[in-house]
Design a protein around this ligand. Structure first.
Ligand SMILES: NC(=O)C1=CN([C@@H]2O[C@H](COP(=O)(O)OP(=O)(O)OC[C@H]3O[C@@H](n4cnc5c(N)ncnc54)[C@H](O)[C@@H]3O)[C@@H](O)[C@H]2O)C=CC1
Ligand SMILES: O=C(O)[C@H]1O[C@H](OP(=O)(O)OP(=O)(O)OC[C@H]2O[C@@H](n3ccc(=O)[nH]c3=O)[C@H](O)[C@@H]2O)[C@H](O)[C@@H](O)[C@@H]1O
Length: 432
């Protein structure tokens, strides 16, 4: 099937390449000429495991191409819109400028019977509003939220754990077209939830709100653990054995970040307030506040371990991305803590396997380097993104490299006993 994907960022580039790998004929379109230039040459404009290979294969097969010209969407049967919905600075709500611009520029190029599919995460009510613009063209509209995780984006797209189609009542053609698009991605067991626009939009923000709440719940327990001498990782293991609770997303530490969870809970709150139902999700403000407190807590522990001041102390920051296997530093707790340490006068050397260029662009005032450059002569080492190479560090080997063997494990990812046995002062978050 001929498919266009409008917006080729973290979501759209992966979606376009994955659709080509499923056998479709795909054009990816973006207003960013540099991004399209890189993608056209088979280069991923960001780090995502498996994406470069899909791009190379797709372009070589002739099934995948990229363009800056929205007119190239003409002739496609299904058009996915995957542009950004960032947080508005003033209200915390979602900025729909890009979604509106994408639909407005796309509509002159669609034919009657085409299917326009929103993939961006939007406030409930957006699809109903856009359907009024789409209707006169004779095209169909569906909202098909995306649940992929960065770092696993390709796998999550070509083999989704569920699909949600928000369609207009009676528009079976939309369902049929989406089923055709995803035919090679689903198994007989893949749940497909066919619903209305509002439910589809809400499923997406509810899922992210739930995940954020789960993380803040365990971080709230970490705060209590810190004043009682309890250990939050043992607590998480123990409650996680209950299948009704589950152990996943109960890792306490420096908290959640990224381009989605933080902005999505704020946008959900703003939309609920607009709808006169602010109190229904008022707890999400608390979720946000708990999350942001963890960054301060990590900072406080470093200051404490360095005797009350980090001024002129060398601090090695291991990890800058908002999570491992990603170069994304949008609202990254790791980068935030690094910036705050720098603000307190520490000589911060930040390191990350993939996220240094993005960090440097945002915070040129910081110093970045290799792992060795960060560790050499450090007065304290702070782990903030649990890349597997940092989990695998040998505490004995690097003890000789640093000036003082002080480790703050902002992700509770390391084995305290092993580090202490190698002579380190180990501090986790919410951990004895
Ligand atoms: N990053 C992720 O893991 C996921 C993101 N989402 C949602 O997907 C949407 C996109 O997110 P990301 O890909 O992370 O953002 P992004 O910022 O990486 O990409 C957005 C892209 O849209 C392009 N764009 C903006 N206006 C355009 C227009 N009028 N025409 C064509 N292209 C245009 C931008 O140049 C940019 O390349 C957001 O709503 C996000 O919440 C949903 C699930 C996962
Ligand atoms: O809407 C989106 O964009 C996506 O947002 C998240 O995916 P992602 O942002 O890639 O990353 P997650 O794996 O959810 O991690 C988010 C943050 O939570 C943190 N986290 C995660 C798990 C945990 O136990 N503790 C914790 O602090 C991570 O370090 C990271 O900073 C969701 O997991 C995806 O399902 C969703 O599609």
């Amino acid at each position: 099937m001929k498919i266009s994907v409008i917006g080729c960022g973290y979501l759209g580039a992966v979606h376009a390449a994955s659709m080509a790998s499923l056998g479709h004929d795909v054009v990816g379109i973006d207003v960013d000429a540099a991004k399209i230039g890189a993608l056209s040459e088979g280069q991923a404009p960001f780090y995502e495991p498996g994406l470069p290979q899909l791009l190379t294969e797709g372009i070589a097969s002739g099934r995948l191409r990229f363009s800056t010209d929205i007119a190239d969407a003409a002739g496609s049967r299904v058009h996915f819109v995957a542009v950004g919905t960032p947080q508005m600075k003033t209200s915390g709500g979602a900025d729909l400028t890009y979604v509106d611009a994408a639909f407005t520029s796309l509509l002159p190029h669609v034919a009657s019977g085409d299917l326009l599919v929103g993939k961006s995460t939007v406030p409930v009510g957006t699809a109903a509003r856009l359907s009024e613009l789409v209707e006169p063209t004779g095209a169909l509209l569906a909202w098909n939220p995306e649940f992929l995780r960065e770092g696993f984006a390709v796998q999550d797209t070509v083999s989704p754990d569920r699909l949600v189609y928000g369609v207009q009542a009676g528009q079976q053609a939309s369902v049929d077209l989406l089923n055709e698009v995803y035919a090679a991605a689903v198994s007989a067991d893949t749940p497909v939830v066919v619903t209305d626009f509002a439910t589809a939009e809400l499923v997406k923000v509810a899922a992210n709100a739930f995940l954020a709440t789960k993380i803040s719940f365990i971080n709230a327990m970490a705060e209590i653990a810190e004043v009682t001498g309890a250990d939050v990782t043992q607590l998480a293991d123990a409650i996680g054995y209950d299948a009704r609770i589950g152990r996943r997303f109960l890792n306490a530490g420096v908290g959640f970040g990224g381009g989605c969870l933080p902005k999505d809970i704020r946008a959900f709150t703003a939309r609920a307030e607009e709808l006169g139902r602010g109190e229904s999700v008022a707890f999400l403000k608390e979720v946000d506040a708990i999350n942001l407190r963890r960054r301060q807590r990590a900072l406080d522990v470093v200051v404490e371990e360095l005797g009350g001041s980090v001024y002129r102390k060398k601090v090695a920051v291991l990890g800058l991305a908002f999570k491992p296997d990603s170069d994304d530093v949008r609202d990254s707790p790791a980068l935030d803590v690094a910036v705050q340490l720098h603000g307190l006068g520490a000589h911060v050397v930040g390191t990350d396997p993939e996220a240094i260029p993005n960090s440097q662009r945002l915070h040129p005032q910081l110093t970045f380097g290799t792992l060795d450059e960060a560790l050499d002569g450090a007065d304290a080492v702070v782990l903030l993104t649990e890349w597997k190479q940092y989990r695998a560090l040998d505490p004995s080997a690097i003890a000789a490299q640093v000036s003082q063997p002080i480790l703050v494990d902002g992700r509770n990812a390391l084995d305290p006993a092993a580090w202490r046995a190698a002579g380190w002062t180990y501090r986790g978050l919410g951990r004895r």
